[in-house]
Design a protein around this ligand. Structure first.
Ligand SMILES: Cc1cc2nc3c(=O)[nH]c(=O)nc-3n(C[C@H](O)[C@H](O)[C@H](O)COP(=O)(O)O)c2cc1C
Length: 328
């Protein structure tokens, strides 16, 4: 049993979290991860309205009686969704674990604290992690430069970011970005983290509600097959390399502005990739770790495999160090 400060604080069995994923984090996937003893997350904004989120939470409860969480991502937006209503839907549904991301969690903390919600704040720098700690989150999830989605603008990979966070944080934290197997979990624990958060690995599982063609592309792709878009706009996102993301990079590198790429990056087009399996329909998110993903197993099997492999690595190492030193 890999019990850590994180598993104890969140009341889960294994230190493995499925992070929020737009269009992917629905009830089936979240419940499958939680049912296996990890922590699954429903992604709030994948639900078109707060009332739909309430229904999705209820649906997850029919699939597992273990704890699961809800991701609430707050990003700058021209037409912001009704964040307050989504937040209210979460607490009224009795969810007690929330993953916040995208901006400072402080505005939510009062309501969440009142309702006994434990907050895991996901961020990409030690300074933001310290800020989250100061406003009272239960744990931090820290995303290295390898990660799918928004790695921030500091470009610090996990190998540096994780021990740097360990040196400065007091609360439990999990390492995110680039994890797919038990070697990664053992490494994260060795670097000072209390567990791991994964997106891409769980995206490529049986319960992930996206087109089979996308999963097959992840299996076929290597660690080289991602693009960083929006670098020049200082809103970097790591996404799958395809005809559209290549074009976006090219336009922005040539001095283009957001307006020039807006039609290419429309969310409706990205959604089409996941729903119809048309891999060049738009922009879709995946991390460099796809180079380590070679199959499409059930999500619960991913959790069990990772725990077993990490335990085996740690046990073998401990045995190694436990051997009496040769005399002479
Ligand atoms: C398809 C996809 C969609 C994502 N959407 C979100 C999101 O809406 N909110 C969020 O906080 N993180 C989102 N993420 C990031 C993940 O929660 C996680 O931090 C990231 O995938 C970790 O990197 P990894 O893919 O190397 O495991 C997304 C990731 C993927 C792959």
């Amino acid at each position: 049993m890999l019990t850590t400060r994180f598993t104890e604080a969140l009341g889960i069995e294994h230190p493995i979290v499925q992070g929020g994923m737009m269009w992917v984090g629905r009830a089936e996937l979240a419940a499958a991860v939680s049912e296996a003893g990890g922590l699954g997350m429903i992604t709030a904004l994948t639900q078109p309205t707060p009332a739909d989120l309430v229904k999705e939470i209820a649906r997850a409860r029919t699939l597992t009686d273990k704890p699961f969480g809800v991701n609430l991502t707050i990003l700058p937006s021209i037409n912001p969704p009704p964040y307050d209503e989504y937040r209210r839907a979460i607490v009224d549904s009795g969810v007690t674990i929330v993953e916040t991301a995208g901006s400072n969690p402080e505005p939510h903390m009062e309501l969440f604290r009142e309702h006994g919600v434990r907050v895991i704040h996901k961020c990409t720098s030690v300074r933001h992690a310290l800020k989250a700690e100061a406003v009272g989150v239960t744990a931090v999830s820290i995303d290295g430069f390898e990660c799918a989605g928004h790695p921030g603008e500091d470009d610090v990979p996990g190998l540096i970011l994780i021990p740097a966070a360990a040196d400065q944080l007091t609360i439990p934290f999990i390492a995110s970005g680039g994890f797919a197997d038990g070697r990664g979990l053992a490494a994260a624990l060795a670097l000072g983290a209390d567990g791991i958060n994964m997106g891409s690995r769980f995206m490529c599982t049986v319960e992930s509600p996206i087109a089979e063609a996308v999963k097959e592309r992840i299996v076929a792709a290597s660690e080289l097959d991602t693009n960083l878009i929006f670098r020049t706009l200082r809103n970097t996102a790591r996404v799958a390399k395809n005809a559209i993301s290549d074009e976006v990079v090219q336009i922005l590198n040539a001095g283009g502005q957001f307006e020039d790429v807006r039609p290419l990056v429309a969310g409706t087009r990205g959604r089409k990739v996941f729903e119809e399996g048309d891999l060049d329909a738009g922009i879709w998110t995946v991390g460099q770790v796809q180079g380590l993903i070679h199959d499409i197993p059930p999500a619960g099997e991913v959790v069990r495999r990772i725990v077993a492999q990490a335990e085996e690595i740690l046990r073998r190492r401990l045995t190694l160090f436990g051997d009496p030193a040769p005399v002479g």
